[in-house]
Design a protein around this ligand. Structure first.
Ligand code: THU
Length: 160
């Protein structure tokens, strides 16, 4: 038996001001999206903004439904928005922020498993790592350099 260890690095910034102006702009657009979330059931708002290689930005927020399994995550709305508008341009950075109306969450919250799988699909589609920026109510921002770090041994189209 062999034990295989994979290392995972991510970067923590004390606040948005430590990000590049482009990343600050992207995170601000994600924050603005918190007001567009439709989350009457969970009261958990998610805002997202994706920057493409040509510098265009597409946004999204979570959209819930009385039939709970139909709820769509904010990250996916943003990525699908980008892919529907500019299918051949690679996403380079995805900013995600959350706000739970029932409690304050200080630490950055990272995307759910389904969203990790979808982000991975777009990385593979364009052969371009997608940087992920995460922020919650607190000032701290996490940066993850590729979704592969959040989805080790991921399933992808090469198996099909
Ligand atoms: N949600 C997201 O938008 N992204 C995630 O990564 C996790 C969960 C949404 C789905 C639902 O509207 C609410 O947050 C609570 O799960």
């Amino acid at each position: 038996m062999e034990v295989i260890k994979e290392q995972f690095e991510y970067y923590s910034y004390p606040s948005m001001e430590f990000l590049s102006p482009a990343d600050q702009e992207l995170m601000q657009k994600a924050i603005d999206q918190l007001d567009h979330a439709y989350a009457p059931y969970s009261h958990f708002h998610v805002g997202a903004a994706v920057r493409l290689k040509d510098e265009n930005i597409y946004v999204g927020s979570n959209q819930e439904n009385a039939s709970y399994p139909l709820c769509m995550c904010g990250e996916r709305v943003a990525l699908y928005n980008a892919a529907a508008n500019q299918p051949s341009v690679a996403p380079t950075t995805l900013a995600i922020t959350i706000h739970n109306q029932n409690m304050k969450i200080e630490k950055p919250v990272s995307p759910c498993g389904a969203c990790r799988q979808v982000i991975s699909e777009y990385e593979n589609r364009h052969q371009q790592p997608i940087r992920i920026l995460l922020k919650s109510d607190g000032p701290q921002v996490y940066e993850i350099r590729t979704i592969a770090d959040l989805l080790p041994l991921g399933f992808n189209g090469t198996f099909l």
